[in-house]
Ligand binder design. Structure first.
Ligand code: APR
Length: 309
């Protein structure tokens, strides 16, 4: 196929994103992982599903970054999860170092591509990756697309309205300091305040903020991958098809929301080349307060990255 989407990381999230993208039949898929045979095997397995899916798209995998040649978008999930006894700083340090080698491969074989970071801690890794790829690639992060999908799913469960009829966004950082926007949430264009009282809405907001942990608690081993995989694939699709779709995206703010030089989750129009425009939405006083806390959290993460890099 003419279009190609690359993946670095063939683990649970990367493979699910690749499989989802392949099933849409809009691009070939290239998957790089330090475990080359595993990436090769998953890619072959996906390609063997193509005849049944009715798509002409194929997947190739391995440990060679040369696979990324010609990829317009690259989804990065490479990293390690936090292990017992490991400090947050140790995790950050290890994932920054992995990201550095990943970015080196991307710079060599796919300069000019749009890089979507999924590796956690998200806001810190996006900032580090943009530092490694400055002037080479636009780096954005996938967090808000997932957090918003969770918020919308919970609002759908609450109201009984079809999930894709629910419009609601989550801004700010990834994790407890995220900012689910109740003030602009709607169902079929009708404000959700008509359906859900404040008390219930604040419970749904808390559930959204702890959405990742809820899945971890249920799975016992590992973390979520279906929704994170589809959210990443959806962002890549918006870019390669130049859809101009508005999706919450972690991107560098250049004066929008009164913020300069910080990577924050904001609604952005995604199309060819990545972020086409950051959209500024009005925030209620309470949301503005949450946004400020989220901003302070990301600024302190950026400080940690600067110290560790
Ligand atoms: N180069 C390439 N791939 C690497 C490297 C490296 N230096 N180091 C690790 N990897 C690969 C691993 O081999 C593994 O296949 O990254 C993959 C990570 O996959 P999983 O451990 O299955 O993790 P996953 O559940 O996919 O999550 C990936 O996304 O949502 C976030 O918190 C999550 O940071 C995590 C990331």
């Amino acid at each position: 196929m003419e279009k190609r989407v690359g993946f670095v990381g063939a683990g649970m999230v990367g493979a699910e994103a690749a499989r989802q993208l392949l099933s849409w039949g809009i691009a070939d898929v290239r998957i790089v992982d330090i475990q080359g045979d595993m990436a090769k095997g998953k890619a072959l397995d996906m390609t063997e599903a193509a005849p049944l899916l009715g798509t002409a798209a194929i997947a190739l995998g391995g440990d060679d970054y040369g696979l990324l040649e010609g990829c317009e978008v690259i989804i990065v999930t490479a990293g390690i999860p936090r292990k017992p006894g490991m400090s947050r700083d140790d995790l950050l340090k290890t994932n920054i170092s992995i990201t550095s080698s990943v970015c080196e491969g991307i710079a060599r074989h796919a300069p000019g591509s749009v890089v979507i970071i999924v590796t956690n801690p998200l806001d810190a890794i996006v900032y580090a990756a943009q530092g490694f790829l400055d002037g080479v690639c636009q780096v954005i992060g996938m967090a808000g697309a997932l957090d918003s999908a969770r918020f919308r799913a919970f609002l759908s469960m609450e109201t009984g309205v079809a999930a894709d009829d629910i419009q609601a966004m989550v801004l700010g950082s990834h994790g407890d300091a995220m900012v689910p926007l109740a003030s602009s949430a709607s169902a079929g264009g009708i404000p959700l305040s008509v359906w859900i009282d404040q008390q219930r809405m604040s419970e749904i907001i808390t559930r959204t903020q702890k959405g990742g942990g809820e899945i971890v608690g249920l799975l016992k081993t590992g973390s979520a991958y279906y929704a994170p995989g589809v959210a990443s694939a959806r962002m890549a699709k918006a870019i390669i098809l130049d859809e101009g779709r508005i999706m919450p995206t972690c991107t560098r703010l250049n004066g929008e929301y009164g913020v300069e030089g910080v990577f924050m989750g904001v609604p952005a129009s995604l199309g060819k080349g990545g972020v086409k425009k950051v959209i500024e939405v009005p925030l209620s006083d309470e949301e503005q307060g949450m946004w400020e806390k989220s901003l302070a959290h990301v600024r302190s993460l950026m400080g940690e990255v600067d110290e560790l890099s």
